[in-house]
Design a protein around this ligand. Structure first.
Ligand code: TXA
Ligand code: MG
Length: 354
């Protein structure tokens, strides 16, 4: 018999909360943050809730700790990670230059779900930036994460806490299911409020450019800057390497194939062909949905009809449907408007051929 390697234990998942109106976290929460900070200072990995998705944090200034993020995720070394900071002053210390656009965005929209890409300071290890000359910086809206950064007294590198190319986690249980024994601790702060990843803005170009649409809209970024901002995808047809390497077409994808189709026709066709189908629909309880409701092997999931609500439940719904052994997930295409840009981007990536 082959000797069985001792598996690392499953990570602990302490509940953390910082009730609104309280100046300090509860004692148990503070103790959990102390433990998390100790793990991070010794080079370990801690999953942390943010207002967007759960992040997998490590000391951004420790190259070995950063390397272990890439190992745990199975992430290609060519995909740089976001560095999280407690405030804009900490961010400026990690930048070789501080463009006016970065100043405007961080002054008006931080803390919050928007990341700025700026020239990197020499203190940032190359593993963080995939060897590039820029670094992505974000100050999370979640007070607990900022508090953890303060306790650790380090900037924290944190990509989404999932295996590379899988769906981002929006609950502590998603992290446990995806990364299991690969990490040291999961701070469980409940479900994430936004549910999709931050808006990423490249502040090194003129005009600045949105690399990844997210909870902060194009209009909000333009208002903050007081000038034009290029929309995402503007560079996609251009030759040469992608500006944001993580923006490979297939990303954020469930295991079950996903397609976009309007109306119940496609769903009916699949069901009639004996396929097991999940249907994410914003039609509520209309006649077409009612007609389909009795079909065998069809799971109908009513989705919130507003972009923020839809985004908040999208990944959690896909995580849940991935466990149902379905053949295909059909999603009502959201309207082609700015308000839906980020959701449409994630759906397009989830349907891209692997
Ligand atoms: O909401 C979020 O941003 C979450 C939470 C945990 O903060 N993080 C997240 O990280 O989504 P990740 O690694 O899954 O996505 C980071 C994105 C990728 O598309 C990556 O290519 C891009 O940011 N990125 C990171 N550094 C960059 C850089 N220097 N230049 C351009 N893009 C960069
Ligand atoms: Mg990710």
């Amino acid at each position: 018999m082959q000797p069985v390697a001792m598996a690392r234990p499953l990570p602990d998942m302490p509940r953390i909360s910082w009730p609104a109106g309280l100046a300090a976290p509860a004692t148990e929460t503070d103790a959990a943050l102390d433990r998390a900070a100790a793990i991070l200072r010794s080079g370990g990995l801690v999953a942390v809730p943010t207002e967007t998705v759960y992040g997998l944090a490590a000391d951004a200034l420790d190259p070995d700790a950063v390397a272990s993020i890439f190992r745990a995720k199975g992430r290609p070394a060519s995909n740089p990670v976001i560095v999280h900071v407690a405030d804009a002053a900490m961010a400026r210390g990690l930048a070789a230059d501080w463009p006016a656009a970065a100043e405007a965005i961080t002054a008006r929209l931080w803390p919050g779900p928007v990341t700025v890409v700026v020239p990197r300071a020499a203190t940032i290890p190359p593993a963080v930036t995939a060897g590039g000359a820029t670094v992505a910086l974000r100050c999370p809206g979640d007070r607990l994460f900022r508090r953890l950064i303060e306790k650790t007294a380090r900037p924290l590198a944190a990509p989404s806490a999932n295996r590379s190319e899988a769906l981002s986690p929006t609950t502590a249980h998603h992290v446990l299911e995806g990364l299991g024994t690969r990490i040291d601790l999961i701070l469980d702060g409940g479900p994430c409020g936004c549910g999709i990843e931050s808006t990423v803005v490249d502040c090194t170009t003129s005009p600045p450019r949105i690399l990844r649409p997210g909870p902060v809209s194009h209009a909000e970024v333009e208002n903050a800057i007081g000038g034009p901002v290029e929309r995402p995808g503007a560079e996609r047809s251009a030759a040469g390497p992608a500006r944001s390497p993580g923006m490979a077409a297939r990303h954020y994808a469930p295991r079950t194939p996903l397609e976009l189709a309007a109306g119940s026709g496609r769903v009916g066709e699949l069901v009639a062909a004996g396929r097991r189908v999940g249907w994410l629909t914003m039609r509520g309880d209309d006649a077409e949905v009612r007609t389909m409701a009795g079909a065998r092997d069809l799971v109908i999931v009513p989705m919130p009809p507003d972009p923020a609500g839809f985004a908040r439940s999208l990944y959690a719904t896909l995580h849940a449907l991935d466990k149902r052994q379905l053949d295909v997930i059909v999603v009502d295409p959201p309207p082609d408007t700015d308000a839906w840009r980020a959701v449409r981007d994630r759906l397009a990536r989830a349907t891209a051929a692997g």
